[in-house]
Write a protein that binds this ligand. Structure first.
Ligand SMILES: Cc1cc2nc3c(=O)[nH]c(=O)nc-3n(C[C@H](O)[C@H](O)[C@H](O)COP(=O)(O)O)c2cc1C
Length: 413
């Protein structure tokens, strides 16, 4: 199958423009051997490359190219399948955008196009190419430092585990993981997630329940979350608890129960963020909306969890106007290398900013993911880069610390 792959990257400081001719001659020779054709654009700072050829060969070459130290911040913009080649005549050709006016370069590039793709502007790959030549979208080229520029230092003293509280609640426990603002070194909230009794998945517990009792169990479990949070000393922090959206519909008096348990444990409703998962199917919309009103009127705040993973996301957002959304980990994973994910995250940031909804990135595991999201404008994060969840205890936070030049030098040896 013929794969078309388009990426952009940032040239490394040590690379001389004069050396690019040699790179392209070699690349062209090698590409022809493996049936790859394409085009390379350079504007003095960024590369833009279109590669087309057999899927396995393009994937293998892209992997090699993305590891090449002559450039960094490599972002895949497009991966698509085609039935014919756009630039089928040559293994690789270089166009330096600094040498000529953009229209001249664009025409020269398009003249190299093969068959019917010549001058076809509605082709996505060619649209990307035009955008690059015309230097549009440059504000979205977020540059990040190498991963090793930061170290992540845990706080010194772990908090002790708290005592188990309710004998009737031995089937499950709660893991706590903070949501943090890493650069302000501030814990925004602690999220309590239901786990099995030994800290594993709670599926064993839930699989024993019928459809109806799942909602009741979901609600009742929050009693333990509030009690544990109280024992741990939540102080003025907020506590985020996940709730299936249908729990609010199916269990009569669900909001009253939450309020009663919050106050019984010395907390106040304003301290509680109820995070509903967007992929929980919502039926009985009228009842759901009534429960939402009641929840908000009580002072509790609302978040949409796993945002972007389900099907109801945007509609649910317009319906219940949450205080915050938690972007799903699958969108966050490798966001620094994926153009489509970057476009989605930037759109989420934009509409949340218009609606004054705060955005939390969850499942952050790599320094580069955090750096890119921070550069895009997100301040609140959750993930194993900073903390590992702890059962019945508050975990330590590994705050980012920028390394000094001498520390960076030591790291390279
Ligand atoms: C911007 C850029 C584009 C590149 N394009 C190609 C290419 O199209 N084909 C290729 O074989 N190598 C290309 N390279 C070089 C590869 O990263 C790598 O150095 C080369 O394939 C290694 O060849 P070798 O394994 O024979 O040493 C490119 C490098 C850069 C920085």
């Amino acid at each position: 199958m013929l794969l078309t792959l388009v990426y952009r990257s940032h040239v490394s400081e040590h690379v001389q423009s004069a050396s690019l001719a040699g790179l392209v001659t070699q690349a062209s020779f090698k590409n022809e051997l493996s049936g790859i054709t394409g085009i390379l654009l350079f504007d003095g700072t960024h590369f833009f490359q279109l590669l087309e050829g057999p899927e396995d060969a393009v994937d293998a070459l892209y992997y090699t190219i993305s590891q090449d130290r002559r450039h960094h911040n490599v972002v895949e913009l497009m991966r698509d399948y085609a039935h014919s080649r756009r630039f089928g005549n040559v293994g690789m050709e270089l166009f330096d955008l600094r040498s000529h006016h953009e229209d001249v370069v664009l025409q020269a590039v398009l003249d190299k196009g093969t068959s019917k793709y010549q001058l076809t502007y509605d082709d996505r790959a060619l649209q990307f190419l035009c955008t690059f030549v015309q230097a549009r979208e440059k504000e979205n080229y977020l540059e990040i430092l190498p991963a090793g520029t930061w170290s992540f230092l845990p706080e010194e003293q772990p908090e002790a585990e708290v005592e188990f509280i309710f004998p009737e609640m031995q089937d499950y426990s709660f893991a706590f993981q903070p949501i943090i603002d890493p650069l302000s070194r501030e814990i925004i909230s602690y999220e309590a997630t239901l786990r099995g009794p030994d800290g594993g998945s709670p599926m064993g517990y839930f699989s024993k329940l019928s459809r109806m009792t799942i909602y009741e169990a979901d609600l009742k479990s929050k009693k333990l979350a509030f009690a544990l949070a109280n024992q741990m000393g939540l102080n003025s922090k907020t506590l985020t608890v996940k709730l299936l959206p249908m729990t609010l519909v199916m269990v009569p008096g669900a909001v009253e129960f939450l309020i009663q348990e919050i106050t019984a444990n010395g907390l106040v409703p304003e301290q509680i963020v109820v995070a509903i998962t967007e992929n929980g199917v919502i039926t009985r919309e009228d009842k759901f909306n009534a429960a939402m009103k009641q929840l908000k009127a009580s002072g509790m705040r609302l978040a949409i969890d796993d945002f972007g993973a389900g099907s109801a996301g945007l509609l649910l957002l317009t319906q219940c106007q949450p205080d915050s959304i938690m972007i799903d980990r699958n969108i966050i994973c490798d966001v620094h290398t994926s153009g489509p994910k970057q476009a989605v995250v930037q759109a989420i940031i934009r509409f949340c900013s218009s609606l004054e909804i705060s955005v939390i990135a969850t499942g952050v595991e790599k320094p580069e993911e955090w750096m890119w999201l921070d550069a895009a404008g997100i301040c609140n994060f959750q993930g194993e880069l900073f903390t590992t969840p702890r059962v019945n205890a508050l975990p330590l936070v590994a705050w980012p610390e920028i390394l000094q030049e001498d520390q960076l030098l030591n790291q390279n040896f």
